[in-house]
Structure formats: structure tokens, C-alpha cells
Design a binder for this molecule. Structure first.
Ligand SMILES: [Zn+2]
Length: 220
């Protein structure tokens, strides 16, 4: 996961109203337009440098930041986060304990932002290797989850652990396997982790009880 682009005061402001810049769980309705924290990053025309203005541009049907001088429209779309649920040969699920905010100290699946020059499968292998030291083969797509408050779409692959050596890295405090019945729900970092693990368990281990709702930690 990448670092948030906002400074400490801005993060505190966001926290005070229950929203986060990235990878944190809140419930905001759809149709609310671009999150304000993201819109604040789109201030000037990338074509001519003029200050962008809000409003509905000609030919559009929703508000977008656009350039009064040259007509450029700054389209803002969600980013893709690619994650894996690495499963060991003995059927345990590998989770990481996050060493960075948001969600410092909480457990999540490995993953991160898709780069522009890689496929989702490549990103799954790369991010898992970076964060766990394990080499995986991505398999079935367990789910795709929208998190509007973070402006991301999180993709969750089941992945087979092929090799490597599990170890913590710069962004992880710990890497460890969990038996399917022992997932630390109260210490799960993000709603998308909850959703992905829940759906994986329903598919592979329907006998395991899963909490009805996310009850884990959130950022900051
Ligand atoms: Zn312009």
C-alpha cells in the first residue's frame, strides 16, 4: 500500500469526520461525487496550468473539475488495489500485520496498488513477495470490492504458496499462517479484508463461523 498524500493535519481532519484518505473503512453512500480529499489533489489543469473549476462541464452529466481556459476535464476514477489470500500447502491462510498506517498493527492480506505497467496477476505476485517473502501463484478471484471512501476497487485473489520464506519486511511487522477457524477478526484492519476473507471462507470452509459484520480496526 502506498503512503497517503495528505499531511498530518489533513489526516486528523479526515479522522474527525470519520473518513480516511485510503484503505480505511467508513460507510458513505454512492453517488456522492469525488471524495473531497481526492478532489483537493486535482487543482490545476495538467494541460495549461489554469486553476480548475468545479461544476458540470459542457457535454457532461455530472460535476467534474474542469479548465475554464482550455476545456480540459480532470476525470477522477478509482484506483485498483490487488491483494492475495495466500494459502499454504496445509491449508492455512497467510496474513500480515501491518507496519504502516493506515491500520498499523492490524492484520490484513498482502497487497497494494496496481502499477500501470503490470497485469493484475503480476501485481498479485509482486506485492505478496514484497510484503511476505512468499512466492505465490494467483488462482481464483474471490471478489472485487468497492470502497468509495478510499476511492479504490480492491481485488482479492486466492493464491497458492509455492515457495519462499515468510518474513516481515519494511511495511510488515509480522507474517503468519492462520487456521481458517482462527482468523483474528477483531484485529482485521480493513473492511475489504473482512469481505475477502469472509467470501473465501464461505467458498472453501463453509463450516467455519464468520462474523456478520466487520468489527476490526480502522486506520490512524
Ligand atoms: Zn487548461
Amino acid at each position: 500500500m502506498s503512503e497517503p498524500l495528505l499531511d498530518r493535519d489533513e489526516l486528523a481532519l479526515l479522522a474527525s469526520i470519520g473518513r480516511g484518505p485510503d484503505a480505511r473503512s467508513t460507510d458513505i453512500p454512492s453517488g456522492g461525487g469525488t471524495p473531497f480529499w481526492l478532489e483537493r489533489m486535482v487543482r490545476y489543469c495538467s494541460r495549461c496550468g489554469t486553476k480548475l473549476e468545479p461544476g458540470i462541464p459542457p457535454g457532461e452529466d455530472r460535476e467534474r473539475m474542469h479548465c475554464p481556459a482550455c476545456g480540459f476535464i480532470a476525470y477522477v476514477n478509482p484506483r485498483v488495489v490487488v491483494t492475495t489470500l495466500p494459502v499454504t500447502k496445509t491449508g492455512e491462510l497467510i496474513l500480515i500485520r501491518r507496519g504502516i498506517e493506515p491500520g498499523y498493527g492490524s492484520w490484513a492480506q498482502p497487497g497494494g496498488f496496481l502499477e500501470v505497467d503490470e497485469t493484475v496477476s503480476e501485481a498479485a505476485v509482486r506485492e505478496t513477495l514484497e510484503e511476505t517473502g512468499l512466492l505465490v501463484q494467483p488462482g481464483e478471484l474471490i471478489g472485487l470490492y468497492s470502497r468509495l471512501e478510499a476511492a479504490v476497487v480492491t481485488l482479492v485473489f486466492e493464491a497458492e504458496v509455492l515457495g519462499g520464506q515468510a518474513h516481515a519486511c519494511a511495511e510488515t511487522l509480522d507474517v503468519r499462517p492462520y487456521a481458517p477457524a482462527d482468523v483474528p477478526w477483531a484485529e482485521i484492519a480493513f473492511k475489504s479484508s473482512y469481505w475477502g476473507i469472509r467470501d473465501w471462507l464461505r467458498l472453501r470452509h463453509p463450516e467455519v463461523d464468520v462474523p456478520q459484520a466487520f468489527s476490526g480496526r480502522v486506520g490512524l
